[in-house]
Design a protein around this ligand. Structure first.
Ligand SMILES: [Zn+2]
Length: 591
């Protein structure tokens, strides 16, 4: 009797699985070495499914610790686990189902260098259970570089999707352009907000401006000098600073805005200034009778409450968070930054006569959250295991993915189309124009070569838009930007680098060809640069526009249109569902 048999004999579950899968496939399951990325909403379900299907060699990476708000849908976690790493607790929990499973957990960010190419190369298959686009793009690139099959999954409310990615055989995660985050015209945010989301966007930028690193691309960068004057004193009284910022933003700046007569009309009356003293007198509660049954966070606070909350959050930043000033950034899950953004946005809404929001609603909009639905996560995680079995079989039999039984599957309910909750469609071949797995050339348009500093370009274009993590930039064979030296200084200069030089100072012209390399992602790309002084500032506030494969000229567009016509109705529907499911502007609650 072999060791493997002994394990079999001890587990009635194995016998059942073996009956379903058959001897051959069961053996593949027992021998497969898996990397699971993410131990949150999808990850908990996935890990449980994997061990119950007989997988026993798994490593799992997750960045987060368990929050109380996770407990209603991440069922491996209990109250006693709060604040412990998700990867560790999830592994412990599923080991109880299968004591013989070998699960190694890593509490860390999959984008860290320790989880680079070498790490990924150890595994047979990578299984994603991630909810954010950035990490999904990163893992996609790692798996392409390591030539490992990737099970990719996502969920947004009642929409879900599972697919298989294999270099050279299928579409990669980035073959189809993702709708980018909605960008609001600058003047709407700065001067003429009409909706809560405009005020929240303003407040998020304000938080980063006050407490984050200097960032010229911040929408409110013109306020930077004014904001800094509040912080210049050696030792500041946080409450005092809060009240002064209050006066500046919600009273004086609004008075100035109201005087800009061109902006206002009968249908759009000027905003009304609000002083801290006035605000403190506004203590009337919302008249909504249904409010009685709501949680505190679901009620709209009084104006006085917002004013107090705003000043208190500033005081907290200058008190217990003093060390983090200059390095903080807004996160919907950080209570202090969320308080700041909620109260600041509400006060601005008061200025502009927009109905104010509860903290709950503000958090949803600020994080562009569509609440995660436990059942969608469970369906998606189940489908991932089914596809994984197809992938392992194809791998063992040396069958190409597109010839295998693996499919892209869409989940859509409670209003499924054609009465089917699950819609499978064939895996698509790679997009030749994809700037990640295909042609590897992206065309980039900048508004001004003279005004764009190379470091700002690396951030706005390479990181934010092209999804690089730590990109280096080369022109004519020499390095012109190195992620080791993002700031100007002596060390950078010794290396011949000048992060504060403009693209023009580096000798780049409209038509220059550049190379980008991200060693950690094993990804490189050519950039064709063009200057377009008329680039619409409202649509491209950062001054750069990426034209990738999706906009590959007329011929390609015709080609695509032809292909589209030929695609069957299911595929068309799937595309619609895909757009919604993968909309970059939505993030599920499961971080
Ligand atoms: Zn691709």
């Amino acid at each position: 009797m072999t060791a493997l048999d002994a394990v079999d004999a001890s587990s009635a579950g194995n016998a059942a699985v073996k009956t379903v899968l058959g001897e051959e496939r069961f053996k593949m399951v027992q021998q497969a070495k898996l990397l699971v990325v993410g131990a949150g909403g999808i990850g908990c379900e996935l890990l449980k499914n994997l061990v119950l299907t007989g997988f026993i060699d798994i490593e799992v990476v997750d960045l987060d610790t368990i929050d109380v708000s996770n407990l209603n849908r991440q069922f491996l976690f209990r109250r006693v686990h709060v604040d412990r790493p998700k990867s560790v607790v999830a592994a412990e929990a599923v080991k109880q189902f299968r004591p013989d499973a070998k699960i190694l957990s890593h509490h860390g960010n999959v984008k860290d260098s320790e989880f680079g190419l070498e790490f990924v190369s150890k595994f047979d298959v990578v299984v994603n259970a991630l909810d954010n686009l950035e990490a999904r793009r990163h893992v996609n690139r790692l798996c392409l570089a390591a030539e490992k099959p990737l099970m990719e999954a996502g969920s947004t409310g009642h929409l879900g999707q599972v697919t298989v990615i294999k270099k050279g055989e299928t579409e990669c995660f980035e073959c189809q352009a993702k709708p980018s985050q909605k960008v609001y015209p600058y003047c709407t945010i700065r001067s003429t907000p009409e909706k809560p989301v405009h005020c929240l966007t303003w407040a998020k930028n304000l938080f980063d401006l006050c407490f984050g690193p200097e960032d010229e691309s911040n929408l409110l960068a013109d306020l930077a000098a004014e904001m800094r004057q509040f912080q210049s004193q050696e030792k500041v009284d946080g409450e005092d600073v809060g009240k002064r910022i209050f006066k500046h933003l919600f009273e004086e700046d609004i008075k100035k805005q109201a005087q800009l007569e061109d902006l206002w009309s009968d249908s759009r009356p000027p905003p009304g200034p609000l002083s801290y003293e006035e605000a403190m007198k506004k203590t009337e509660q919302s008249s909504d009778a249904a409010d009685k049954d709501k949680l505190e966070t679901q009620k709209v606070p009084t104006v006085a409450g917002d004013a107090k909350g705003f000043v208190a959050s500033v005081a907290k930043m200058y008190g217990e968070r003093r060390d983090m000033i200059g390095q903080s950034s807004f996160s919907k899950d950080d209570p202090v930054s969320m308080d700041f953004v909620h109260c600041a946005a509400n006060l601005r809404m008061q200025n502009y006569r927009i109905s104010r929001l509860s903290r709950w609603d503000a958090q949803s909009i600020a994080g562009s959250i569509i609440p995660a639905v436990a059942s969608t996560n469970a369906i998606v995680a189940g489908l991932e295991v089914v596809q994984l079995l197809h992938v392992l079989y194809a791998k063992a039999k040396k069958i190409e993915m597109k010839e295998s039984q693996a499919r892209t599957v869409w989940v859509r309910y409670p209003e499924p189309s054609r009465k089917k909750i699950l819609q499978p469609s064939k895996l698509q071949p790679p997009n030749e124009d994809c700037f990640v797995c295909g042609s590897r050339t992206a065309r980039v348009v900048v508004k001004s070569l003279k005004d764009f500093k190379i470091a700002a370009f690396a951030k706005a274009c390479l990181q934010t838009q092209l999804g690089a993590h730590r990109p280096a930039l080369y022109a004519n064979g020499s390095c012109i930007f190195d992620p080791e030296y993002p700031e100007p200084g002596e060390e950078a200069e010794e290396e011949g680098l000048h992060p504060d030089w403009s693209l023009e100072q580096w000798g780049l012209t409209s038509g220059s060809l550049l190379q980008v390399e991200d060693e950690g992602q094993g990804w490189s790309i050519n950039l064709a640069l063009r200057e377009e002084p008329d680039l619409d500032e409202q649509h491209y506030p950062s001054g750069v526009k990426v034209e990738s494969g999706a906009d590959a000229g007329e011929e390609a567009a015709k080609d695509m249109a032809e292909k589209k016509r030929k695609a069957d109705a299911d595929a068309a529907e799937a595309t619609a569902a895909k757009k919604a499911a993968l909309d970059a502007s939505t993030v599920s609650l499961d971080d």
